[in-house]
Ligand binder design. Structure first.
Ligand SMILES: Nc1ncnc2c1ncn2[C@@H]1O[C@H](COP(=O)(O)OP(=O)(O)OP(=O)(O)O)[C@@H](O)[C@H]1O
Ligand SMILES: [Mg+2]
Length: 407
């Protein structure tokens, strides 16, 4: 099989590292062939804080996926998030070079380069330069300028940057694990490949991924990503609030959240009670579900309201024709769709990877949207970033991988 017919996505999250291997199936329908996950303890809010732990989790997740798939992979499409991510729009203009005025691939490259020529602080690097639309001799709204005729070519691009140190540490974690990074991909861009269909991208949709440490917000409209931002809040904050509010250890708070938390605290009177372990050897106590409901709802409301405010700040707030798609583990919380519909005042659904063949069952979960989407993004050739010649490529052999696992 040709190497380009297999692609691996790697989602290094705050709660878990997830690797997904997909292959190009019949009639170009992608098939999931391997999935691996490992608890992640070396990340905080999308940032690597413990390289060794992150490396181990990467090795573990990828090896599981390789075993399931029965293939070995060398390099992967790796997601990046964190509140160090920034994005802005920029424009580039050039004169078309050929005497017959036909726009060539070189012209498209030049105009994108011109749009990219903006001052970026020394400690940041460009992740993606995403063309939004081309303008040929004043005619706007052009998606593909290649082959058209004109004198003046302009482009509107969405530029996404990351803190260099954060990006380098993600790359280092993967390389120390013995793999190459095909491309660092903004997390929502990867997720969109797994959960959004072309109608949603076209008519407008807000994508909100609520993980453990971060909440990624992105807007897609007219086929492109139009806005992206990352909030340093996630399901971990809910767990923390439960631990403090009910005075119980974090591990117990997490269990309580998974078993009982409701984003919408309805009918408190009809609720039962929960046995809660005390802190530092204190006695167990009984706490009403209503008390838990108040804690959870307050934080979930804050989190979703912040995501809503991010969207409201843009020019696209009224253009989300299809509503909001929620992904990430926190999207599994009971009542989140209802609460989000109330806050966004838009239809909301939970995004689950689907319309893929193979071991699809293993990724039917909003937590796997990122890993699966990154792999699918890679299968498409990572077009977006290749177009602008960016990409962190490195061929790292299997031997380094072993070395990485031990040092
Ligand atoms: N049934 C559930 N109800 C509520 N929360 C849940 C449920 N299942 C998982 N979670 C929460 O989802 C979060 C993990 O989600 P996910 O796996 O998407 O995070 P991550 O990608 O590792 O983190 P991040 O994207 O923030 O770096 C945890 O906070 C976990 O408690
Ligand atoms: Mg995540």
């Amino acid at each position: 099989m040709l190497a380009k017919d297999i692609s691996t996505g790697l989602d290094i999250g705050t709660a878990k590292v997830c690797a997904v291997i997909v292959e190009r199936g019949e009639q170009d329908v992608p098939r999931v062939i391997g999935v691996g996950t490992s608890p992640s303890r070396g990340m905080r809010k999308g940032i690597v804080v413990d390289l060794d732990k992150t490396v181990r989790a990467v090795v573990d997740a990828v090896e599981q996926a390789e075993q399931m798939a029965g293939v070995e992979v060398d390099s992967m499409y790796v997601g990046i998030a964190g509140d160090h991510i920034r994005s802005f729009n920029s424009r580039g203009v050039i004169a078309v070079s050929r005497p017959d005025r036909e726009i060539t691939e070189r012209d498209v490259g030049r105009v994108v380069d011109a749009a990219k020529a903006v001052a970026i602080p020394m400690d940041r690097e460009i992740l993606h330069v995403l063309p939004q639309e081309f303008v040929v001799d004043g005619q706007d709204g052009i998606q593909v300028a290649l082959g058209m005729t004109g004198v003046r070519l302009e482009v509107e691009v969405h530029i996404i940057t990351a803190a260099s140190s954060a990006a380098q540490n993600v790359i280092k974690s993967v390389e120390r694990a013995g793999f190459g990074v095909e491309e660092l991909v903004l997390q929502p861009l990867g997720i969109s490949s797994a959960v959004l269909d072309s109608d949603e991208r076209e008519l407008g949709v807000g994508l909100v991924d609520i993980g453990e440490g971060t909440t990624d917000v992105a807007i897609f409209r007219d086929g492109c990503i139009r806005h992206s931002s990352v909030l340093a809040l996630g399901g971990g904050n809910v767990t923390n609030d439960i631990a403090i509010g009910l005075r119980t250890p974090l591990s117990k708070a997490e269990e309580i959240k998974i078993s009982y938390a409701q984003a919408l605290a309805t009918e408190p009177a009809a609720r039962g009670s929960i046995q809660v372990q005390g802190l530092g050897g204190r006695k167990d106590r009984s706490v009403s579900e209503a008390q838990l409901g108040t804690i959870v709802e307050a934080r979930m409301e804050e989190l979703l309201a912040l995501a809503c405010r991010e969207i409201a700040k843009t020019d696209y707030a009224d253009l989300l024709g299809t509503g909001i798609v929620l992904t990430g583990g926190t999207a599994l919380m009971d009542g989140i769709v209802e609460l989000a519909e109330r806050i966004f005042a838009l239809p909301v659904k939970v995004g689950i990877p689907c319309h893929i063949g193979g071991l699809e069952e293993n990724v039917r979960d909003p937590r796997y949207a990122a890993g699966t989407g990154l792999a699918l993004y890679g299968l498409d050739g990572g077009v977006q970033a290749k177009r602008n010649g960016k990409g962190h490529r490195s061929a790292v052999g299997r031997l380094r991988r072993w070395a990485g696992a031990f040092f």
